[in-house]
Design a protein around this ligand. Structure first.
Ligand code: BGC
Length: 733
């Protein structure tokens, strides 16, 4: 449709039609009334609203989507098609590694590929919008949702946000295989106090702009079709009512003209925040902040007409919101083809097909992080006697929190099955050693997950594991968090692996020194004890549908892990939130000094830092070279370094460039990532890696909130991870 036709359409719509457009309906409604599957939903959506709603959430069956759309167009006074939205967080039917792991690839092209693959499955299924990427800067591992993020660094977050949007949306939403992204949660949900789910955020405007907002902006600049508000308050103001954030910054400063949506029931959430219990008051806050769609509760439907009647808001405000939604529908080509590319047959062919599974498999080694590999215990050698022990040995669910389609939680191969298929000579020693959870775990209370309740069985399983471990040259222990212990509502104060698995680890370490831990997790865990006794630790996060094969092939060296941490692993939960690049202090960072900054019982630094990770070969860095001693506006600084693969195997190295602005009018971090490059280097070869920098790379918000750079000394660090201390200096002039 041309823009003037859209304007005409808007002009013809009645007020109630327009208000309908601003409401989203839960998919359960249709599952009930159209008499298909689904639970009963207690919905208060009158028929008038149902006929006019602009979108639905949580329908993921192509035939049902076509059926609903057909009915809707028939009943809608202007036959406007609906948008179908869903949370596709790390794949729809094919599950890819969790987003936090995807970021660990340090490869935006991979993130783009995985998002594009998810979009391809979703598009054939009839979905138009995914509630992804989540780009909330995440520095506190207690918060369960860190798994949906790219981690602790502002720059990396922004790069990955852009990559994900480009992956989902491809070269244009009119094209087959694409869906619109909806970046979330605006803003700073990752900074909830003490990692407590749904808690408030208190953050200065300067830090908000400097560290938290750039990733949302990157997604908006990449033309994300939508953006979602967050549940949290900032300084007491709920994000959904935050005019400063949504109107002044998002719309006016950034010029964002896409669609904004509340999080699920955010208006009701605002009521819980103590803002009001009245539909019109809550709606007034949100519409004045230019929030276009209310997700699922129908308070806009109840509140907006009164606001118009009482002349508290103008119809123009409603029109602006509706027009943004119509424009997105038009971008998606829905006016020409309301069913878009929904096709059950095609979806069947694409979803979980070979192409998808290959993509999922390739992602595993690129997203896994080898944290430790003493004595080069990995890769394994088929001639050695290796024992495989742990509750993840037989688990078919390596998908982790928030997979696209729950029905595939038990359809993929387990590590045991892959091992048996590949190494059928009976040389393998295997036993689970324990259940994933013991009855003492607090997360069982609500979630009714299976756990070990039989004390004798608990002991017997561990004893069997010990016997097997004694007989082996090496032991691979597959341990970690429960696959449901990540995502929304999974905040924790204890970030160790479950107690029953700790018992297994401790028993096995007594009888075998060559322990390799394969770690399954949604977040950085406290693995200080494990790290002391295990010689190798391979963090595979939750690797997705092809996790088992991906892991086995890494263990045996068919592929090498090449991921790097994007969130620090603490020594202790007491260090959270923890991240690299703290603000400098004049005190010592040495725990044994009297005036030590940080703690007297724990180092200031994490156990494993941002950027850290090994592979199956080693690299040597030469000196950093800068092509000039000064950098002025309009100029380019070239920083370069030569890196040699000094190991016996070809491999990937992620070269990281950090900087420090030594003196500035406000305190600046001790280190900030500014560039990175993942390069392939053959054994024995040397490559030169170059990075170009301009003054824009050194801008920051000064005390007056102006975005500036200040003349002075800049240190450029290039190295293997954020611990690198090698730097060269130049002057910004
Ligand atoms: C979550 C969002 C999600 C939405 C829709 C909310 O509870 O916070 O991230 O997109 O539900 O499922």
């Amino acid at each position: 449709m041309r823009e003037n036709e859209l304007i005409k359409l808007l002009g013809e719509m009645s007020l109630s039609e327009k208000i309908g457009e601003l409401n989203q309906i839960p998919g359960e409604y249709y599952k009930e009334t159209l008499n298909t599957t689904g639970e009963n939903a207690t919905l208060d959506f009158p028929q008038e609203l149902v006929n006019a709603v602009g979108s639905a959430i949580n329908v993921s069956d192509p035939d049902l989507i076509i059926k609903i759309q057909k009915e809707h167009i028939k009943n809608h006074p202007h036959h406007i098609p609906m948008l179908f939205m869903l949370d596709i967080i790390h794949g729809l039917d094919t599950t890819f590694p969790i987003p936090l792991a995807q970021a660990c690839s340090f490869d935006p092209e991979l993130v783009k590929e995985l998002s594009a693959a998810a979009a391809k499955e979703a598009c054939a299924t009839g979905i138009h919008v995914t509630f992804s990427p989540m780009v909330d800067l995440s520095r506190d591992a207690r918060w369960g949702r860190v798994m949906e993020s790219s981690g602790e660094d502002t720059y990396l977050n922004s790069v990955m946000a852009k990559a994900a949007v480009e992956g989902y949306q491809g070269d244009g939403l009119e094209n087959e295989g694409t869906i619109s992204s909806c970046v979330k949660h605006f803003a700073a949900y990752g900074a909830v106090e003490a990692g407590r789910e749904y808690a408030g955020v208190d953050i200065s405007e300067r830090f908000l702009r400097e560290y938290y907002l750039p990733s949302y902006k990157a997604a908006c600049d990449a033309k994300s079709g939508m953006i979602m508000t967050s549940f949290n308050t900032i300084g007491g103001v709920p994000s959904t009512a935050n005019k400063h954030l949504l109107k002044d910054i998002l719309r006016d400063e950034w010029g964002y003209d896409g669609v904004t949506i509340t999080d699920y029931g955010s208006l009701t959430n605002m009521q819980s925040h103590g803002i009001s219990d009245k539909d019109d008051v809550l709606s007034e806050y949100a519409i004045n902040a230019t929030v276009d769609i209310e997700m699922c509760i129908g308070r806009y439907y109840k509140g907006l007409p009164k606001l118009i009647k009482d002349k508290k808001i103008t119809e123009k405000q409603i029109d602006d919101a509706v027009f943004r939604i119509l424009k997105l529908k038009n971008r998606l080509g829905l006016f020409e083809n309301p069913y878009r590319f929904a096709d059950a047959q095609k979806a069947k062919q694409i979803c979980r097909g070979k192409e998808m599974m290959d993509i999922a498999y390739n992602a595993v080694s690129q997203t896994s992080v080898l944290l430790k590999n003493d004595d080069n215990l990995l890769p394994l050698n088929k001639n050695e006697k290796t024992a495989f022990i742990g509750p993840f040995l037989e688990s078919k669910d390596l998908l982790g929190g928030w997979p696209g389609n729950l029905k595939y939680r038990s359809e993929d191969k387990s590590v045991r099955e892959v091992l048996e298929k590949n190494l059928p000579d009976g040389s393998l020693l295997m036993t689970v050693g324990c259940e994933m959870l013991g009855a003492e775990e607090p997360m069982l209370i609500k979630r009714k997950l299976p756990c070990e309740t039989d004390e004798k069985a608990r002991k017997d399983k561990i004893n069997k594991a010990v016997e097997i471990a004694k007989a082996a040259d090496k032991v691979v222990l597959l341990l970690g968090e429960h696959p449901r212990a990540g995502g929304e509502i999974t905040s924790k104060v204890d970030i160790k692996i479950p107690i029953i698995q700790q018992e297994l680890f401790n028993a096995v370490k007594e009888v075998n020194d060559n322990i390799i831990v394969v770690l399954f997790n949604h977040r950085p865990l406290d693995i200080t004890h494990i790290s002391k006794y295990a010689k190798s630790i391979l963090d595979v996060w939750f690797p997705g549908s092809m996790g088992a094969k991906g892991i086995v092939d890494m263990l045996f060296g068919i592929n090498a892990p090449t991921g790097r941490l994007t969130m620090s692993f603490p020594y202790s939960v007491g260090q959270e939130p923890i991240y690299y690049g703290l603000l400098p202090t004049d005190h010592s960072t040495d725990v044994s000094d009297t005036f030590v900054t940080g703690y007297i019982d724990c180092p200031l630094k994490p156990l494993y830092c941002f950027g850290e990770g090994l592979t199956y070969t080693d690299f040597m860095y030469d000196k950093i070279l800068l092509n000039s001693k000064t950098l002025a506006k309009g100029e380019k600084m070239v920083a370069s370094i030569s890196i040699t693969n000094v190991g016996k195997r070809d491999g990937y190295e992620t070269v990281q460039l950090y900087f420090r602005d030594v003196f500035a009018s406000v305190s600046r971090p001790t280190k900030q990532l500014r560039r990175f490059k993942k390069v392939f280097i053959k054994s024995g070869e040397t490559v030169k890696v170059q990075f170009e920098l301009t003054v824009d790379d050194f801008m920051f918000y000064n005390v007056d909130l102006n975005y500036v750079y200040e003349p002075g000394e800049i240190r450029v660090f290039i190295g293997h991870d954020s611990n690198t201390e090698d730097y060269e200096t130049f002057q910004l002039v």
